[in-house]
Design a protein around this ligand. Sequence first.
Ligand code: A2R
Length: 324
Amino acid sequence: MADKPHLLVVEEITDRMREQLEGSFTLHYASLEDDFDALIADKGDLIEAIVTNGADGTPETLVANLPNLKMISNTGVGYDSTNVALASSRGIVVTHTPDVLNEEVATTALMLLLSVARRLLPSHRWVTSGKWETAGNIEYSRTVDGMKVGIVGLGRIGNAIARKLEAFSCDIAYHTRNERPDSPYRYYGNLVEMARDVTCIIVITPGGPSTHHLITKDVLDALGSDGILVNVARGSVVDEDALVAALQEGRLGHAGLDVFDKEPQVPAVLFDMDQVVLTPHIGSATHETRQAMGDLTTENAVRYFAGEPVLTAVPECADLKKSL
Ligand code: A2R
């Protein structure tokens, strides 16, 4: 019987993924802190596949220096932390896990918007600090019902966010590079104009160079002192220094942030701001959704080496052969 193909797991996988992969692969493990030169020297010729996740990605040295690497199966829809151009130029197929996380990430966006607008955390602290007893009722918050919301990035997740906002009768607009004539929502080619016209902006584009600092100081100023910014995309999409300054100076009203520029580091100045809600990149992080993402990750890897086409290659690999 032929040896099972050798697969390198970068960072962590669940027990369920491990069990699924063990049936088809000989597994090796690496973390981002490892000495990749030693790994390449010891096992470089063996490794034919990598399983990684959207946050950690695939170190470029592995993409460049594993001579028999054929596929990278990425858990997560975003894959900006893997150099896909380099991978595809070497004929390496990269897969990701679109769609199965749409509803969860959309719910995270709504959770942040509702928490910020309705002042959930200050209200909680009002009770636990005893202020309700000593100072009476807390000040009013803002309603989300009927709110004007602009979505930056109206793809799979952006549309799921829009559908959930419809339950709150929100007035929905969107900004993308290409207008979607079939969309029922109002299109803005100019992001600053959209920011001027809405109360809340929800960011849900991919990361990477094309969206780097798309949310500029000008966008934040246009959103204004009553405005709300929600980011469930990537930290790199927002100019974080400009965001912190706008919040400190009251030029931007509120922010709900699930993603940051240098995760897991978050600017400490945000910690004590009442107008901010911070979560540690939990957009898709429920048991149910992570299981669906894990299952799709392992299925793509198993299918590739069984000679069946992978289910969800990233668009940049469209021209590559999708199975062994
Ligand atoms: O610009 P378009 O027409 O390609 O629309 C895409 C939009 N988008 C942008 N919008 C404005 N400026 C840009 N530079 C830009 N680049 C892309 O983002 C499209 O409407 C949307 C992406 O949609 P999907 O490809 O369907 O991605 P999905 O599954 O919604 O996930 C979005 C991201 C992931 O890449 C992760 O970073 C995060 O959500 O979890």
